[in-house]
Design a protein around this ligand. Structure first.
Ligand code: SF4
Length: 107
């Protein structure tokens, strides 16, 4: 390895190491994630909506009275956040007051 290549390698390594030190264990926060679009093919297939109140309860496959992303088993992140990660939409956030047909009651 030439001196120039070695120097460049060390610079890149130092920058990478600094990133690990500055943000140890940092995971993507819901606020960092783009919101899932209702036009997303998976979202559309699951009848996802940002507002569960727009869904006729009679059309739901499960009869639970109040269903929204905040009380779904598949939601992640923190209670109280308006937008949260969902296991079905990696890298995207769903509305806490949203809903889709894959809703599962929390155990
Ligand atoms: Fe919301 Fe649950 Fe559907 Fe994810 S799976 S979009 S949290 S209802």
């Amino acid at each position: 390895m030439s001196n120039i290549a070695r120097r460049k390698f060390l610079q890149i390594s130092a920058v990478a190491a600094a990133g690990v030190i500055a943000f140890p264990g940092r995971e993507a926060q819901a606020g960092d994630l783009p919101h899932v679009s209702v036009d997303d093919p998976l979202a559309a297939g699951l009848k996802y909506t940002h507002d569960a109140s727009t869904v006729d309860p009679a059309t739901r496959t499960q009869p639970a009275a109040e269903q929204n992303c905040a009380n779904c088993q598949l939601v992640q992140g923190n209670d109280g956040d308006a937008w949260r990660p969902c296991q079905l939409f990696p890298g995207k956030a769903v509305a806490a007051k949203g809903w889709c047909s894959a809703w599962v009651p929390k155990a």
